[in-house]
Design a protein around this ligand. Structure first.
Ligand code: CTP
Ligand code: CA
Length: 227
């Protein structure tokens, strides 16, 4: 793949990546989460570090590990914790990639004691979490901001709507309904779209290869902006 030809193209760049799911607590033994493995975000962090970047990786819960010395890893559990870490590292970042699958809702109340089974049903009231990517887009200065979109229908249209609404520079549209695509596997099928409507479709490939290609597209877009 051509992402190996100029493998130090991120030297001197600060890259902030979020990866993985979040967990929203119900009681001491239960939580809500989603199927994200974190593999796409970790692959992006590794690839950027290998291309010379100074990477901060804000990671939700999972089993993945990284030993790259150019990656500073910060572990978080909830959407609210991820929000705080992403916002606090935003100002110093050149490129921000929000690959994490953030919970949209969390339980309105959490129980300090384990909930016992008493009644026949149990309704849990949920409230919205803050949209981290929207907050980053609203506060954007010189950062190149990249979002992800997980879609099961009209992927490209929905992705482009998110790009505009969240003031992004590019979005990686993840068609989670396609064969070989999605959250927990080692492969993915994505389309990169930038704010000028540059559209790059990537065929089924490993998350490592896709990460390299995405970083190539970003580097090209950054070059285009400065020339
Ligand atoms: N995102 C975020 N904070 C949230 C929810 C989503 O930062 N509370 C980010 C994700 O990390 C991703 C992008 O927004 O980069 C799109 O996530 P997605 O779930 O596809 O879209 P939503 O905006 O949450 O809309 P919906 O789930 O209703 O399609
Ligand atoms: Ca969502």
């Amino acid at each position: 793949a051509n992402h190996q030809t100029d493998n130090r193209m991120y030297t001197g760049k600060k890259v902030l990546v979020s990866a993985g799911p979040t967990r929203e607590k119900i009681d001491p033994v239960r939580f809500f989460t989603n199927r994200s493995s974190g593999k796409m975000g970790f692959a992006l962090a590794e690839a950027a570090a290998n291309m010379g970047a100074d990477v901060t990786l804000v990671a939700g819960p999972g089993n993945l590990e990284t030993s790259n010395k150019n990656i500073q890893r910060i572990n978080v559990t909830t959407a609210a914790e991820m929000y705080d870490e992403m916002l606090s590292h935003y100002g110093e970042s050149d490129i921000v990639i929000k690959a994490a699958a953030v919970a949209d809702y969390r339980p309105k109340e959490t129980f300090t004691e384990k909930k016992k089974k008493q009644s026949d049903d149990w309704k849990i009231e949920m409230e919205r979490t803050k949209d981290i990517l929207q907050a980053l887009g609203d506060k954007k200065e010189n950062q190149f901001l990249v979002g992800f979109a997980a879609e099961t229908s009209r992927p490209l249209e929905s992705g482009k709507e998110k790009l505009q609404k969240k003031n992004l520079d590019a979005i990686v549209v993840n068609n989670v309904a396609a064969d070989g695509a999605g959250f927990s596997g080692d492969t993915n099928v994505v389309t990169y779209v930038n704010k000028h409507n540059r559209t790059e479709e990537l065929e089924l490939a490993s998350k490592q290869d896709i990460a390299g290609n995405i970083l190539n597209f970003i580097a090209q877009d950054l070059k285009g902006e400065s020339s």
